[in-house]
Design a binder for this molecule. Structure first.
Ligand code: SAM
Length: 277
């Protein structure tokens, strides 16, 4: 098992040494969503049995939190399918956590193929997965959400955007370009994906671990998360909205709030509801 996967999941587990209480979970997002008029109005149009797809699943309690909110608000039954690129059953077993009551598929959320056949979902959830993907991969992620949604379905999407790194750790455009690395390559989700050897990884890690790379031309920011070297991607909110619209959604922002993410970056957290147009 990849130790980086176990540390990523550990970030969301109170029993783990890697736990970060400030890492937002789907339960946190649902707490915000359910207080909004937009969310309550959107749910009123869903059927009494709700088929859900979660693209990117880390926190074990997410499935239960989603079922509980939907049944509180009137659903009679809820089925959940979740996909993640991590081999979650193994990671959970290693961390001493039970698999939630849901159907799990290890898969690339940007390319789900035909594993779900004609099954379409009433509700598709993306809770901060956008921040784990190159913005060049995000259109494929959103296209999969759109393809798997019923015509009357809705998408709940949470993401952090508009990051402002502290000057002390920011590398700006020119120095990022000078590194000659394609941080934005689709599918690149950390330093390991850019390194051609262990020595190259160690070299990059010694220079970039814990840094924020800021592209002043586009307003995009990448944070290189310690200790795994995984990237967190932050792009300006209007760019995310444009991508959603290009994927065939109309977008309503249910909530926007200022936050400091667990890497110390000031950003805004958005909870949006996307509907197929
Ligand atoms: C920031 S975490 C999600 C945290 C979320 N708030 C939660 O509580 O589950 C993002 C998740 O998306 C997964 N992920 C990132 N890129 C993916 C991809 N292309 N396909 C499937 N899962 C992906 C990661 O493995 C991780 O589990």
């Amino acid at each position: 098992m990849d130790i980086a996967d176990s540390r990523l999941v550990g970030r969301y587990l109170p029993s783990s040494p890697d736990y970060r209480a400030d890492a937002p979970t789907l339960a946190d997002s649902l707490f915000v969503f359910r207080a909004t008029a937009e969310f309550q109005a959107a749910l009123a149009f869903l059927p009494t049995h709700i088929d859900c797809l979660i693209q990117g699943y880390t926190t074990p309690g997410n499935a239960e939190a989603l079922k509980s909110v939907l049944t509180d608000l009137g659903a009679e039954s809820v089925d959940i399918v979740a996909v993640d690129k991590i081999e979650l059953p193994k990671v959970y077993q290693q961390l001493g956590v039970d698999m939630p009551d849901m159907e799990f598929h290890r898969a690339d959320a940007c390319d789900l193929g035909d594993r779900f056949g004609d099954l379409k979902f009433d509700l598709v959830v993306q809770d901060f997965i956008i921040n784990c993907l190159s913005p060049n991969s995000a259109p494929a992620l959103l296209a999969e959400a759109r393809r798997h949604l019923k015509p009357d379905g809705i998408c709940l999407i949470s993401f952090s955007a508009d990051a402002v790194p502290p000057d002390s750790v920011a590398l700006v455009t020119a120095s990022v370009r000078a590194l000659g690395l394609d941080f934005w390559r689709p599918g690149a989700s950390g330093l390991r994906d850019l390194a051609t050897s262990e020595a190259a990884f160690e070299n990059m890690a010694s220079r970039l671990m814990g840094m924020s790379l800021s592209d002043e031309d586009t307003g995009r920011v990448i944070h290189v998360t310690q200790p795994s070297g995984h990237f967190e991607f932050f792009i300006p909110q209007p760019e995310v909205v444009r991508m959603l619209e290009a994927a065939g959604f109309s977008v309503s922002v249910a909530d926007a709030s200022a936050a400091v993410d667990y890497n110390g970056l000031a950003c805004n957290r958005y909870r949006v509801i996307a509907r197929p147009v």
